[in-house]
Design a protein around this ligand. Structure first.
Ligand code: SAH
Ligand code: SF4
Length: 351
């Protein structure tokens, strides 16, 4: 266990329903108090114990002493012409993360960060340039959903913001359980997608948690040399190891895994790359998301639309379902891979 993963005291927003029950029993309170507290924190959004007036005053005082209610606060937000809203959230220790609200018809998708920064340094990703600042707590992860879901009682949640979710495994799994808890938002696992750069052992472990969330694996290349040039983690976990773990995830959970592939001109976008990718994947059991490259500071260019279409055609000819992801929130640097906290300075102050 690294220092970054060292266990820390759980704060109020981290506790699962069963842990609240135990805490209430220790305080000599009836079990229904646990449900009241969880609902107040995770559905009603109470962020000060004195505001939870359904609880007796003495209990509120006791809870305030035992369970700190520090949560990220909105530092700034920027609204895209397409309705996407990028939030810059300030963590209690002053670090900053980004969260994105993406409207899609009558549904909302919230894109959450799992770490401040990221250690994995993918060449095309703005977050990767920050290095890892720290892991987020489960409470800091779910709070992003509560801030950015607006009025949607059951948003889709994608772990595609800053950070590598499976490198912050314990907090991410806890956050998934909080989001799925019947006492809280009670999100269906089908609404939740965890995106990973491909950590095989963690993928296998997640498959055994019994959560049933969707898994997206970032491939971005169909051969190891290209993938290693884009994603240094590939030197440690090459394509084959990642794909085997993904296949196991699909088999154990019964969920089709999706594969992300950012389209970079002259790097990974030739028809033979598509053919090779198709041969790697389990045909009908896979789904490829082609992602138009969102400009960051790196020296890449996105593939032209006709190249992306041709790539998609080759996949289709090989029987691999695929779609081209629509880029959202680019004008406020809220699109995939553009999140980097205050460093980029693109968010306006809250009005
Ligand atoms: N760390 C995880 C999840 C966060 S990144 C992962 O890498 O999967 C979410 C997705 O955005 C990944 O597929 C990532 O490769 C992609 N991405 C990163 N930078 C991008 C960029 N500049 N343009 C388009 N997609 C990008
Ligand atoms: Fe980290 Fe994902 Fe960005 Fe790679 S693409 S640096 S894994 S956040």
């Amino acid at each position: 266990m690294t220092a970054l993963e060292a266990p820390r005291a759980l704060a109020a927003l981290d506790l699962l329903p069963a842990e609240w029950e135990q805490a209430m029993a220790e305080l000599g309170q009836p079990a229904y108090r646990a449900r009241q507290v969880f609902h107040a924190l995770h559905v009603e959004g109470a962020r000060a114990w004195e505001a939870v007036t359904t609880l007796p005053r003495t209990l509120r005082v006791e809870l305030a002493a035992r369970f700190p209610l520090a949560a990220p606060t909105v530092g700034a937000r920027a609204v895209s012409v397409d309705g996407t809203v990028k939030y810059l959230l300030a963590l209690p220790d002053g670090r900053e993360i980004e969260t994105v609200h993406i409207p899609d018809g009558d549904r909302v998708t919230v894109c959450v960060s799992s770490q401040a920064g990221c250690a994995l340094a993918c060449a095309f990703c703005a977050t990767g340039r920050l290095g890892l600042q720290r892991n987020l707590t489960a409470g800091e992860i779910v709070e992003q959903v509560y801030v950015a879901r607006h009025d949607d009682p059951a948003p889709n949640v994608v772990f595609m913001g800053m950070g590598e979710p499976l490198a912050n495994y314990a907090a991410v799994v806890r956050a998934l359980r909080l989001l799925m808890a019947p006492e809280g938002l009670h999100l269906s696992p089908r609404r939740i997608t965890v995106s990973t750069s491909g950590l095989p052992d963690r993928i296998r472990r997640l498959a055994r948690e019994g959560l049933g969330v969707r898994l997206a694996v970032s491939l971005h290349a169909a051969d190891d040399a290209t993938r290693s040039a884009l994603m240094p983690i590939n030197d440690r976990y090459p394509l084959r190891a990642v794909l085997e773990a993904a296949a196991e995830y699909a088999q154990l959970t019964g969920r089709r895994v999706s594969y992300e592939y950012v389209m970079l001109a002259g790097v990974n976008d030739r028809p033979q790359d598509a053919a090779r990718l198709a041969r790697l994947l389990p045909r009908r059991d896979a789904h490829v998301n082609l992602i138009p490259y969102n400009p960051t500071d790196a020296e890449f260019r996105g593939s032209p639309p006709e190249t992306i279409r041709a790539f998609a055609r080759v996949l289709a000819e090989h029987g691999v379902p695929c779609s081209v992801r629509r880029s959202r929130g680019r004008d406020v640097e809220a699109a995939c891979g553009q999140l980097a906290g205050a460093r980029r300075g693109a968010v306006a102050a809250v009005s």
